[in-house]
Each structure stands twice: as structure tokens, then as C-alpha cells.
Design a protein around this ligand. Structure first.
Ligand code: BGC
Ligand code: BGC
Length: 472
């Protein structure tokens, strides 16, 4: 049976500046927190860094041509703060010019540019002044956002403030797994608040200037199932994960308040951290954070099953890497939470493959949080141990099946009434997978890191067929 997508449904792919651009110190760009973190011994697998990455900075015309060949309608990319405003200082014309050329190239190829302002790579000089734990960073971010808009506002219609603030706060400032590698409960809470405030202030500033833009944020959301829905300890474990991962961001953005139960969970672990955070949340902040949005981007990779009883299977899917440097728990109130092995297939990240979780997640978000807001799956994808066949092509049947299944799950959500407008696969090509370095490959296009040659994988060819047919 063929299943058609709605006429206005957009098919795309996503990438992020630090993960693909390379040219890390060219044309005036200075260090971001990821350039610095990649150099901390043990922080990134194989000590990989983004100095060269996919060399997209120099090869973007070829990459845009490749996207055109695949029939992609949308390209979601991020701008590098350190390129546009090195060290968080004045605008660097050569840096912003790169994005201007990229946008022109995309428009010429009939591909819609979808711009994300923050995909984790803040200038290292700002981190040295406190980074996201400092309220000053919010003003620096709004300045940066406005300067990107000055240059590209005439050609870019879709604006995303932040990518996955959970990662750039709790995973980065509490668990130490991502740059800048800090380890405090209070630091994570402050970072999350200042990130959200930057989001809200930017939406307000851009809306005042250009009400016609479509503005949104991208969150990484999970589906936290209780192992036994009749067991109060399991239900509580699921509540805590859902609360800190999903509701900590959805509630302030769509309801103008932080979830009270999670605040109390934090207080039980670290009352001083909560006191610092309460001082940091100032009058007017939540009004700014809850400025109405045009779009919400949902990044979905995996679900999880939680129990309040020891299971002996251990491992959280949220640790960000297999590292020499210690990784703390990103969930300060995680005590007594156990992740349950429920026998689902797993990707090369050890994440469960659970497409129906995407359907449930979209239905829930649409109903509980964002009625009237256009939803997009702004990331979904899988890493696998790819092997290059004798014909030089990666025959990635597992990734191809993952893609089909999640596109099917997206259609299921639409059939259940969700206002879903697009799906962007993560990622266009293999790239720098943060603390996993180049070891994990998510691309529908293979990158040979010796020659930097790109080769479409079977999953990429299949995506092109689906897009051409606009059906599964
Ligand atoms: C996932 C997290 C993971 C992180 C870093 C996120 O998209 O939702 O579970 O820890 O990426 O890889
Ligand atoms: C991020 C990407 C990352 C992907 C896979 C998301 O957490 O937005 O940058 O590569 O998931 O981990």
C-alpha cells in the first residue's frame, strides 16, 4: 500500500556548523567551546576535533548540488557564533559572508534554508566570562542573533533560536559530557534558564523587526515509559525523566512556568543550587520565554523505559559518550532510576529503535503543549557501523529501514490529527558526532575522512525515491 504525504509536507536534512564546516580558524573565526573541549585530554573519543570536519566551509557548493540531486526541499543548518562574532565581539564580515553565499547557493538550487542560531558552539571567550551560567551571555546572544538577521533576514524565512537546550545545559554544565565540560547541578539549571531566556528575547527582538518570519525552537524530546504503569516507583522514575528532559523546557516555553515537581526534586538533591537558580529567574523572564512561537522543532532519536527498582542492565542513553574523562549524571535527581532493557533493536549509539514513540510524542506535544503551532521533526536519524561494499557504496539496510519506519510514524501522527509540516533527517552526511568524534556515522551520504569524498548511501538513494514519489 502506498501512503502519500500531504502536499505541503517538507522533506529535508539537518547539519550543524561545528560538526561539518571545518576551517575552524579561517577568515577570522576564533575558538568556540567545542574547539577548546576537543583539546581536553579524554573529553572526545580519539581526541577528534572539528578543525577540518567535512570541510563543508570550502565544499558547500558541491554539498548543495548533492542535496539538489537528492531532491531535498529544506536544508537545516546552523550558523557559528564564533565565525559571525569571534570571541562574542564585533561582527566579522568574512564570517557572515560565508552564510550569505551558502544561502544564495541554496536558493538558487531551490532549497529552503532553515537557520539555527545556536547548535552548541558558543565562543570560548564568553565561556571564560561564565558562559551560559552568566546572564550577560543572554545580551551577547541577542546581539549575535540580530547581526545574523541583518545579513540574512532578506532571504531566510525559517529561524530556530536554539537546538536542544537540554544538551547545552544539563549534558554540558551538569554532566560534563559536552563542552564546556562543567559538573554542577546549579550550573546546569542556570545554563538552561539563560538559554531559554536568550531564546525568548531573540524571538521578541526578531518579531518586532520582522513579524513575517517563522520563528521557533528545537527541543530533543523523549518518550519515558514506566516499566510497570501500576507500580508507583516505576511511574515516579518515568515522571522524573520526563520532567527534566521534556517538561523542563516545554513548560516554560508553552505555559510560562517551570514544573514545580522537578524544582522540588532538584531542591532535595542540592538546595543551594536551587536557591541560586531562584535568584537568577527574574521578574519578566518567563513572559519572555513564553513568547508565542510559529513553529516547534522536535528532535527524536529514541524512547526509554524506566523503573524505580534495580534492574541490573544499567546504562542511561543520555551519557553522550564512552569516554576516558568522567561523565556525571545529567539528571541530578536520578537517584534510584533504572533503565530497563525491553528487547528493542538498537542503533550504533545503543539507542532503542522505537518509531511508534515518535508518533506518541508528536500527538502528546500537539495536544498538551502546542495546539496551533506548526510541528516539524527537525532531527531523526541513526548511526550504524557502516561498511563500504566492493562497489564503493554503503548498503545500509538498517538505516534505510530506520528512515522508512520513522517517516511512517510521522504519517501516523498526521493521520491522528497532528499539524506536522516536515521531516528533516539527521544527517545529510557523516560528521563530527561530538564526544564520539568521527566514530559514529549518521549520514545518508558517506564521508571518506581521508579524501573528504562524499558518496550517497543506499539510505540516501531511498530517501531521494521517497521524496520524488512523495509517498512511502
Ligand atoms: C539524545 C541524548 C544524548 C545526546 C548526546 C541527544 O539527542 O537525546 O540522549 O545523550 O543526544 O548524544
Ligand atoms: C544533535 C546532533 C547530534 C545528533 C546525534 C542531536 O543531539 O542535535 O548534533 O549529532 O543528535 O547525537
Amino acid at each position: 500500500m502506498t501512503r502519500a504525504f500531504p502536499e505541503d509536507f517538507l522533506f529535508g536534512v539537518a547539519t550543524a556548523a561545528y560538526q561539518i564546516e571545518g576551517a575552524a580558524f579561517e577568515d577570522g573565526r576564533t575558538a568556540s567551546i567545542w574547539d577548546a573541549f576537543a583539546r581536553v585530554p579524554g573529553a572526545v573519543l580519539n581526541a577528534d576535533n572539528g578543525d577540518v570536519a567535512c570541510d563543508h566551509y570550502h565544499r558547500y557548493p558541491q554539498d548543495v548540488a548533492l542535496m539538489k540531486d537528492l531532491g531535498l526541499q529544506v536544508y537545516r543548518f546552523s550558523t557559528s557564533w564564533s565565525r559571525v562574532r569571534p570571541d562574542g565581539g564585533p561582527v566579522n564580515p568574512a564570517g557572515i559572508d560565508f552564510y550569505s553565499r551558502l544561502v544564495d547557493e541554496l536558493l538558487e538550487a531551490d532549497i529552503m534554508p532553515w537557520l539555527t542560531l545556536h547548535h552548541w558552539d558558543m565562543p570560548q571567550a564568553l565561556e571564560e566570562k561564565g558562559g551560559w551560567t552568566s546572564r550577560d551571555t543572554v545580551d551577547r546572544f541577542v546581539e549575535y542573533a540580530l547581526s545574523v538577521h541583518d545579513a540574512l533576514g532578506d532571504r531566510v524565512q525559517h529561524w530556530t533560536t536554539l537546538n536542544e537546550p537540554w544538551c547545552s545545559s544539563f549534558l554540558s554544565y551538569t554532566a560534563g559530557a559536552h563542552a564546556p565540560g562543567r559538573y554542577g547541578v546549579g550550573d546546569g539549571m542556570l545554563a538552561a534558564h539563560h538559554l531559554l531566556l536568550s531564546h525568548g528575547r531573540t524571538v521578541q527582538a526578531l518579531r518586532e523587526r520582522a513579524p513575517e518570519l517563522s520563528q521557533g525552537i528545537t527541543l530533543n524530546l523523549t518518550v519515558a515509559d514506566a516499566a510497570d504503569p501500576a507500580d508507583p516507583a516505576d511511574v515516579d522514575a518515568a515522571r522524573r525523566i520526563d520532567g527534566q528532559f521534556n517538561r523542563w523546557f516545554l513548560d516554560p516555553i508553552f505555559r510560562g512556568s517551570y514544573p514545580a515537581d522537578i524544582v522540588e526534586d532538584f531542591r532535595a538533591v542540592d538546595p543551594d543550587a536551587v536557591a541560586r537558580w531562584e535568584d537568577a529567574v527574574q521578574p519578566g523572564d518567563l513572559e519572555a520565554i513564553s513568547t508565542p512561537l510559529d513553529a516547534l522543532g522536535v528532535n527524536y532519536y529514541h524512547g526509554e523505559m524506566l523503573s524505580g527498582h534495580p534492574q541490573g542492565t544499567g546504562g542511561t542513553p543520555h551519557d553522550g559518550g564512552d569516554l576516558a574523562r568522567p561523565v556525571g549524571n545529567p539528571f541530578p535527581s536520578h537517584e534510584g532510576i533504572h533503565w530497563v532493557e525491553r528487547g528493542l533493536p538498537r542503533t550504533g549509539m545503543d539507542w532503542e529503535v522505537q518509531p511508534e514513540g515518535l508518533t506518541r510524542l508528536l500527538v502528546r506535544v500537539a495536544e498538551e503543549y502546542a495546539p496551533g503551532v506548526a510541528l516539524y521533526v527537525t532531527e531523526n536519524g541513526a548511526a550504524y557501523d557502516d561498511a563500504v561494499g566492493e562497489d564503493g557504496v554503503v548498503h545500509d539496510a538498517d538505516r534505510l529501514a530506520f528512515l522508512q519506519a520513522h517517516l511512517g510514524a510521522s504519517l501516523d501522527a498526521i493521520e491522528q490529527g497532528v499539524d506536522l509540516h516536515g521531516y528533516f533527517y539527521w544527517s545529510l552526511m557523516d560528521n563530527y558526532e561530538w564526544s564520539w568524534g568521527y566514530e559514529k556515522r549518521f549520514g545518508i551520504v558517506r564521508v571518506d575522512y581521508d579524501t573528504l569524498e562524499r558518496t550517497v548511501k543506499d539510505s540516501g538513494a531511498e530517501y531521494a525515491r521517497i521524496i520524488a514519489a512523495r509517498a512511502l
